[in-house]
Design a protein around this ligand. Structure first.
Ligand SMILES: [Zn+2]
Length: 255
């Protein structure tokens, strides 16, 4: 058994863990979608899974990592081949039914660790519904939001460098799964100035279509990425994630 993996446990083990209230579950969620000419389409789920696994390992037996949800809500990437999206309705139901199954068996604490910007809106919507139906709410954490205060230490203009398949994601991929990165294909210049950025803010929103913002699918400046920055970013995100889990999710006896 791999420590901390939900799918390696037996039904009686999980039943007892839920009943004790001593265990929380992390569901990593991502998307299968274009990540520019240089990053794998599985980037977001790969990232969420690695973060969840690293954080759970530091938290002992208190957190179990559920099988990742690879598919997400990505209509805005459908102008690029390889993208697979669910409809909003399907995505909302998937999350609601996964949470509902866990809650039916007595789980108290569910954390959804998100690696994809397009999932943020649907996740906020569905956790309100889940709360109404089940009387308890999953916690949602989108990983880059954990480091919005510190990102300026890594890139001079994070509001422009980080958006999609960007300086942040490319650095993390070079550190965590370098074999999947096509280094030769990393665009030399900043792309997609008008597109949504991870650390930018714009009070005006519109329906997204990444094909409209960027011919190569990138928003940001992946040429700034290095494996060394990726290693530092990963350590910082795991540290912040562990702190967030400790302060917002406290597995304990059922109340
Ligand atoms: Zn991504």
């Amino acid at each position: 058994m791999t420590a901390g993996r939900y799918v390696d446990l037996t039904s009686p083990e999980l039943g007892a863990a839920f009943k004790s209230g001593q265990v929380a579950v992390i569901l990593p969620v991502g998307s299968i979608e274009q990540h520019g000419p240089h990053l794998p389409v599985g980037m977001d789920a790969l990232m969420a899974e690695q973060l969840a696994t690293a954080a759970a390992a530091r938290l002992g037996d208190a957190f179990l990592v559920l099988a990742s949800l690879w598919y997400g809500y990505s209509p805005h990437h459908m102008s690029f081949p390889g993208t697979v999206t669910l409809s909003a309705q399907t995505y909302l139901r998937l999350i609601a039914e996964i949470a509902g199954s866990l809650y039916q068996h007595g789980l108290r604490d569910l954390v959804i660790l998100n690696g994809h910007g397009g999932n943020i809106g649907p996740l906020r919507t569905v956790i309100a519904e889940i709360t109404r139906v089940h009387g308890r709410s999953p916690r949602v954490i989108t990983y880059w939001e954990l480091i919005s205060q510190e990102i300026g230490k890594f890139f001079e203009h994070p509001e422009l460098a980080c958006g999609h398949a960007c300086a942040l994601e490319t650095s993390l991929a070079l550190h965590l799964f370098p074999k999947t990165v096509d280094r030769e294909a990393i665009p030399a210049h900043r792309s997609g100035e008008a597109g949504p950025h991870m650390f930018g803010s714009n009070p005006v929103v519109e329906g997204l279509d990444f094909g409209k913002y960027s011919s190569n699918g990138v928003i940001g400046e992946p040429s700034l990425a290095t494996a060394e920055i990726g290693a530092e970013l990963f350590e910082l995100i795991v540290t912040e994630l562990v702190a967030a889990l400790k302060s917002h999710v406290r597995p304990g006896p059922p109340n």
